[in-house]
Design a protein around this ligand. Structure first.
Ligand code: GH3
Ligand code: MG
Ligand code: MG
Length: 195
């Protein structure tokens, strides 16, 4: 019988057996988690997001299913940092993710795309469902003020939405459409959803 940390040789390859509960297995799981999750916010990172999106586009194209993508970005985040300090800025990123991670379903993905830009991937969701979700995201951020170290202030986000229904679209083209809508939302006054 195999026991935790036993070595097994099959042909030229040597495998190390780690039982699910062993401390070394937990160590490797934690290392793996660190490669796919953003440390500050707990949302997935950009690399995982791109892999997830690639896979979902292939699946949705094959089975002709809808797939939606949201890109969103905190409005005037530089001002928040400048006025309240970088630690407050970091808190805003964490608190925003906390609110959103409570809203996304298990089969959906929230990722930190870059600095203060996030993405949400919604498999099996059509454009109208994605708009509803985007509006909820916007409200989850702007309806309840943020509070940190005695400071209370409002935060808003702008959201760009896009959807495919069975088309085998290029990942970067899909992201660009959502991003273009995000930039339109910024130009049209921020704290809004376009798409
Ligand atoms: P807009 O409404 O057009 O999006 O304006 P903005 O100020 O949000 O956008 P801009 O791109 O000018 O500024 C983004 C800022 O986000 C600048 C950068 O220092 C800050 N930022 C990026 N990553 C982090 C982070 O991890 N922590 C903190 N505190 N700030 C960050
Ligand atoms: Mg911004
Ligand atoms: Mg930005």
């Amino acid at each position: 019988m195999l026991r935790d940390a036993d070595f097994v040789k099959i042909g030229a390859a040597i495998f190390k057996f780690l039982s699910g509960s062993g401390i070394e297995a937990s160590y490797h799981e934690e290392i793996y988690r660190m490669t796919i999750v953003d440390a500050l916010t707990g949302a997935h990172n950009k690399r995982y997001f791109l892999e997830f999106l690639e896979r979902e586009i292939a699946r949705c194209a094959r089975y002709r299913r809808p797939l939606s993508l949201l890109m969103f970005d905190i409005d005037h985040f530089k001002q928040i940092n400048d006025k309240h300090g970088h630690l407050t800025g970091d808190y805003v990123l964490r608190e925003m993710s906390r609110r959103l991670l409570g809203r996304v379903r298990r089969e959906e993905l929230l990722a930190r795309y870059g600095g203060e830009e996030f993405a949400a991937v919604l498999p099996e969701t059509d454009l109208s469902g994605a708009r509803t979700f985007a509006e909820q995201v916007r409200r989850l951020i702007c309806d309840q003020p943020f509070e940190y170290e005695g400071d209370t202030f409002a935060v808003t986000v702008s959201v760009g939405v896009t959807c495919v229904e069975g088309q085998d679209i290029d990942v970067s083209a899909f992201i660009k459409t959502a991003d273009d809508n995000l930039y339109r939302a910024k130009r049209e006054g921020r704290n809004r959803v376009i798409g």
